[in-house]
Design a protein around this ligand. Structure first.
Ligand SMILES: Cc1cc2nc3c(=O)[nH]c(=O)nc-3n(C[C@H](O)[C@H](O)[C@H](O)COP(=O)(O)OP(=O)(O)OC[C@H]3O[C@@H](n4cnc5c(N)ncnc54)[C@H](O)[C@@H]3O)c2cc1C
Length: 472
């Protein structure tokens, strides 16, 4: 067991007393994840500069001390928390948040790894710009890069990977890799920064980044579209892309089983279907544009196009079209997860399959549940525009014939096997890899890929001091 008192004394001497936390009550917030992940930290250190991160990692590397890099701790696979050994030191990036330099002509922002997404967007407002990755949490930019965050507008803007120009990373031994590229075009060999995108911080600690930013749209138009089947949803998606690709920003889809609980638990939210039963699926369609309403009437365009689609042959399965305020419709989407938690035990999934197979995949999952686990409800919703679905399974633990501890792993195995082995999908569409889904990484990742990851890890972190996720 590392000598915590000696290490704390050494680190206080290097970084100042208030950079090092050792008391149980101070460490608690770094030890538990948002949804999964609970461990015990040796201590937590909060360096404020890249040079201090470098000094800290050199110290840990020399002493063989294991380190967990942590941003805002909003990750959803338990990869940001120390393990149960009590031997890991948390390297919190919360104080590495000073650099925030915007170049409006280049349309880039240089940020420290610990800058929060909200702080970046607040600074960008004055320039009419924003970072286009949009989600219901407020993570750090370093954490977003380490998990390659997707978000609700991936359809238009892509994920973090697509909006990243350069990186500054500190390797496990303290070496600083400065690759803060401000160029849009720079074809000079391996795009090294991609090694650190979506790899859960196990190859290095991200201390700085150059991000591409985009103009803030001047107007949005949103509609809820009732669809009788998954096939109708896909026909609608295809038609909207064909006709409105330039302004098509989001396509979220909510099953009746996921939508109905929202109104049960939030009577203040308006149910557009009133007393009628919601159709199989409701698509939330969003258009946005930097053109003002006077130049392009987006709500009118959307209403007209949806109406024309409904009248056509492919639109037979459209049951309703509701035009409305973006905040109102997005609020329904954002209340799903907690409404489901009020209904019983929730087993959350973050799956993707090729978009063309979303409807058949979801039907196949439902068929398995109906045949083998009829007491489990499939409350699916998600980013169908990106081929993503949060296929959440809900059941009443008090009446379930099988205990949750036994049922949950069996359901995970069944659904992930279906997605990965039969539908060419992914068991982690956007949340990354961590202890929560490590066994599925191990099961589905081919040997040559793991060997390559192992060689990279051995080169960048030979002492294996960074993180708990294994990619080899
Ligand atoms: C309510 C809610 C909604 C969400 N919605 C979405 C969504 O729509 N789409 C989506 O993709 N995700 C979503 N997420 C997931 C989550 O927000 C992302 O995974 C997040 O971007 C992680 O950033 P963080 O700063 O919180 O990192 P943390 O949770 O602290 O860390 C996540 C991982 O990154 C590593 N890490 C953190 N900082 C660094 C660094 N500077 N250098 C190296 N490694 C680092 C950690 O070790 C860990 O492995 C959601 C989460 C919540 C709670």
């Amino acid at each position: 067991m590392p000598d915590a008192a000696q290490i704390a004394a050494d680190l206080r001497a290097l970084f100042g007393a208030d950079a090092v936390l050792t008391e149980a009550e101070d460490l608690a917030k770094y030890e538990s994840g948002w949804r999964y992940g609970k461990g015990r930290a040796l201590l937590a250190v909060r360096p404020g500069t890249t040079a201090d991160v470098s000094r800290l990692l050199a110290y840990c590397h020399a002493g063989g001390l294991r380190v967990m890099p942590q941003g805002a701790n909003t990750g959803l696979v338990g990869a940001s928390n120390p393990d149960a050994s009590g031997e890991m030191l948390v390297l919190s990036l919360e104080r590495l948040n000073k650099r925030l330099e915007i170049d409006p002509v280049n349309r880039t922002a240089l940020v420290d790894g610990g800058v929060l997404l909200s702080s970046l967007n607040e600074a960008l407002v004055a320039h009419g710009l924003m970072f286009p990755i949009d989600l219901g949490a407020d993570p750090t930019l370093g954490g977003m890069i380490a998990t390659n965050t997707g978000g609700t507008r991936l359809l238009k803007y892509g994920d973090v990977r697509h909006n990243l120009q350069g990186l500054e990373v500190v390797l496990a031994d303290g070496t600083v890799i400065e690759a803060l590229n401000f160029l849009r075009k720079n074809n000079t060999g391996l795009d090294l920064k991609q090694l650190f995108v979506g790899t859960s911080g196990i190859f290095g600690v991200i201390t700085g980044a150059v991000l591409q930013v985009v103009p803030v749209p001047k107007q949005h138009a949103t509609a809820l579209v009732g669809c009788a089947s998954g096939e109708t949803v896909l026909a609608l998606l295809q038609a909207l892309e064909r006709e409105l690709a330039d302004v098509f920003t989001a396509f979220e889809v909510i099953s009746a089983e996921a939508l109905t609980p929202v109104f049960r638990h939030h009577t203040d939210l308006r149910n557009p279907y009133g007393a009628s039963q919601a159709p199989a699926y409701t698509a939330l369609v969003e258009l946005s544009s930097t053109l003002p309403l006077t130049a392009l009437d987006l709500p009118e365009v959307l209403e007209e196009r949806l109406g024309a689609f409904m009248e056509g042959e492919a639109g037979e399965g459209i049951t309703d079209i509701f035009m409305g305020k973006p905040e109102e419709f997005w609020s329904l989407r954002h209340h799903i997860s907690e409404s489901l938690r009020s209904e019983g035990k929730v087993l959350a999934f973050d799956i993707s399959v090729p978009r063309s197979r979303m409807a058949t995949f979801t039907e196949a999952a439902r068929a398995i549940l109906m045949a083998e686990y009829p007491f489990v409800r499939c409350c699916d919703f998600g980013h169908w525009g990106d081929g993503g679905t949060h296929l959440n399974l809900v059941w009443d633990e008090s009446t379930s014939p099988v205990a949750t501890a036994e049922l949950a792993p069996v359901l995970q195995g069944r659904i992930y096997d279906l997605a990965v082995l039969e539908f060419d999908g992914s068991y982690s569409a956007e949340h990354g890899v961590g202890p929560h889904n490590q066994r599925f990484y191990d099961a589905y990742t081919r040997e040559p890929v793991r060997q390559l990851n192992g060689a990279i890890k051995a080169h960048l972190d030979p002492g294996r001091i960074l993180g708990t996720t294994r990619l080899d």
